[in-house]
Design a protein around this ligand. Structure first.
Ligand SMILES: [Zn+2]
Ligand SMILES: [Zn+2]
Length: 302
């Protein structure tokens, strides 16, 4: 049978004091520091709301695990259960959130977290940015999508901060992958006996480029282009390069005649868009011997 704070017995009174002491320890105002999310979120993405609406993303296994003990905090003293937990507020950082509840019986505060606090766990904000990167989308698309879904999202500042970190990780991993692919091509060439008089592996490669803008065979004015060199026998990318003619921040600073702000500038080309592809591929060929100890001896163009 449930026991409430209105009981007058001395036994009940001592239990009440015990629980109030626990409650006061757990209801401090530091929830914002308590969040199980990565450190990339900017302060402006902290939001506290006394009402809750719309949709959310949460780790379903983690939520089920939390619900197993949710509300059962009094160890039978007051018979508290999930039914006694009243919603108090939601604390968000981007799409990560925690829900704060308070027990109607003993006033104990409990929280449900949207996902685990674990360094090896990719939080929903980072996963959102990575998903956008993988599908060629950016902040605006995410904002629109989340608005339609009626889900909270992160600010542009947070988004671009996470994106910058991911770019570094993706770039480093791509370099590792390309190095592994070249080693694999070299081993296959040695196995075939396809080596020169000094034992340097001779590779057959495929190369092709692409522009950010469709040319329709008459308008070759893309501001950005890329090209890659692929190992013929493995089908894996050995080299990739990008050339950009345009940088928004540099252009704006030039137009406004102000100092260019500190930024990661991707502008690295001032020649014709037509020459981007050949420049990248030549660069890849030039690196083959000094960097990888292999010769791209046969080129298949597409
Ligand atoms: Zn309780
Ligand atoms: Zn720039």
């Amino acid at each position: 049978m449930e026991t409430s704070f209105q009981d007058n017995s001395s036994d009940s009174q001592s239990k009440k004091e015990e629980v109030e002491s626990i409650t006061s320890q757990n209801s401090n105002d530091n929830e914002l520091l308590d969040l199980p999310y990565d450190t990339e979120i900017v302060e402006s993405d902290h939001a506290v709301s006394a009402t809750i609406e719309g949709r959310r993303i949460f780790d379903v296994a983690f939520l089920v695990e939390q619900l197993k003990t949710f509300g059962h905090h009094s160890e039978g003293l007051f018979g508290c259960s999930g039914n006694n937990m009243s919603f108090q507020k939601e604390i968000r950082r981007g799409s990560c959130f925690e829900l704060v509840f308070k027990c109607d019986m003993c006033h104990k505060v409990e929280k449900l977290f949207s996902e685990p606090k674990d360094e090896s766990y990719m939080d929903v904000n980072t996963a959102t940015v990575l998903g956008n990167t993988c599908t060629g989308q950016s902040f605006s698309q995410m904002e629109e999508r989340y608005a339609v879904l009626n889900m909270p999202s992160m600010s542009s500042k947070t988004y671009f901060k996470i994106e910058e970190r991911l770019q570094k990780v993706i770039g480093e991993r791509a370099l590792e992958e390309m190095k592994e692919a070249i080693d694999e091509e070299k081993q296959l060439a040695i196995k075939r006996g396809d080596v020169d008089e000094n034992g340097v592996p001779l590779l057959t490669v495929v190369a092709d480029g692409s522009w950010a803008k469709r040319s329709y065979k008459c308008n070759y004015s893309s501001l950005s282009g890329m090209a890659s060199i692929i190992g013929f026998h493995t089908g894996k990318v050995l080299f990739i390069g990008v050339r950009n003619i345009f940088c928004l921040l540099c252009t704006l600073a030039e137009k406004r005649q102000i100092d260019t702000p500190t930024h990661t500038c991707f502008k690295n080309w001032s020649g014709s868009p037509n020459a981007m592809e050949s420049d990248i591929i030549v660069g890849g060929f030039q690196q083959s011997i000094p960097m990888h100890g292999a010769k791209y001896i046969r080129l298949i163009g597409l």
